[in-house]
Design a protein around this ligand. Structure first.
Ligand code: RB5
Length: 152
């Protein structure tokens, strides 16, 4: 893979196993990883407890990119996108994991731990981390409209 970056990752019980597997892969690829929890598999835990600190760390620049995981990915993506400055996409295909960064400057990738296998999840993560925002004027224009909405 490309250059090593600092990645934040968070998951509830629905994504716990996937998170642990992705951390191993990320470290093996030479990335720095900050784990925002859960620290143990607790079937009663709540995804906002982990996803919100992850999103805030991405916005603050404490980590360069975030990976948010819950069972379906839906709750985690909803929570992450409530944080100003987070641009989180729930991805089920390789194309979106790459293009979400290139066109939409996605800074948090969301995955569903119960809807895909670990090899597919890693393919998403690798595509997400290798991608860079294109900076094209039309994409900046669209993102500025979203930023305006956040500011109101
Ligand atoms: C937890 O059971 C599950 O609801 C959660 O992980 C997630 O899928 C929510 O969207």
């Amino acid at each position: 893979m490309g250059q090593s970056i600092k990645v934040g990752i968070a998951a509830d019980h629905g994504g716990f196993e996937m998170k642990q597997a992705l951390i191993e892969k990320l470290l093996a690829e030479g990335h720095q990883v900050e784990d925002f929890g859960a620290d143990t598999l607790d079937p009663d835990d709540d995804y906002p407890d982990y996803i919100i600190p992850l999103g805030r760390a991405v916005v603050a620049g404490d980590v360069e990119r975030g990976i948010a995981i819950c069972g379906s990915g839906v709750g985690a993506s909803v929570a992450a996108n409530k944080i100003h400055g987070v641009r989180c996409g729930l991805c089920h295909d390789h194309f979106s994991s790459r293009q979400g960064v290139e066109d939409d400057d996605m800074n948090v990738l969301c995955l569903g731990g119960r809807v895909m296998g670990q090899a597919v999840a890693w393919d998403h993560v690798a595509a997400f981390l290798a991608a860079r925002f294109s900076g094209a004027e039309r994409h900046r224009r669209r993102l500025s409209r979203v930023a305006e909405l956040e500011a109101t």
